[in-house]
Every structure is written in C-alpha cells, then in structure tokens.
Design a protein around this ligand. Structure first.
Ligand SMILES: [Zn+2]
Ligand SMILES: [Zn+2]
Length: 88
C-alpha cells in the first residue's frame, strides 16, 4: 500500500465547462446571455421552480409554478393576479 488516503467524499462538481453567457446550465452544457433563450431552455428541459413569493408590485403573497430557473436561491419575479391584470 502506498498510503493513499481517501478523502471524505466531497460533493460532486459537474465537470462540464459552459462557455459564455450569464445563464449557464451545467447539466446540458448550455450557456446564453439571452434571457429568452434561457427561459426556452428551462421550459424545454423542465428546469423550473415552484413556490411562493411576494408580488413584485403590491407585495401580496403569490404562488408560482413552473417558472424558469434563474439561479440558486433566486426567486422569479411574479405578480399577483390583480397586478398582472393591470387593475389598480
Ligand atoms: Zn439544462
Ligand atoms: Zn400585486
């Protein structure tokens, strides 16, 4: 034996380099700066999030689902039905 020590298992880091773009997907090796392209990728590949947040306009609690993923810990900007409907 050469005394090789096995380090405690680290979380696996994806080995894919994604070139360019503000938005990157390390699962599919996809990168883009175009938010529309990114949204399309997310919808097509089901990188979507669901949850609840506050309406970006009036601050009411709103539920959202199947919104494109925008980064770890980032919540999509959503509006409540009222604000989306433009009634104020
Ligand atoms: Zn992807
Ligand atoms: Zn609102």
């Amino acid at each position: 034996m050469f005394g090789l020590k096995k380090k405690d298992s680290k979380p696996e880091v994806p080995n894919i380099i994604v070139e360019g773009g503000d938005f990157k997907c390390f699962i599919h090796g996809f990168g883009t700066s175009d938010i529309n392209e990114w949204d399309k990728h997310c919808i097509e590949t089901k990188h979507t999030v669901s949850g609840e947040t506050l309406c970006a306009d009036c601050g009411h609690k709103v539920y959202f689902e199947n919104k494109p993923f925008r980064g770890v810990g980032k919540v999509p900007i959503v509006f409540c039905d009222k604000c989306r409907g433009g009634e104020h």
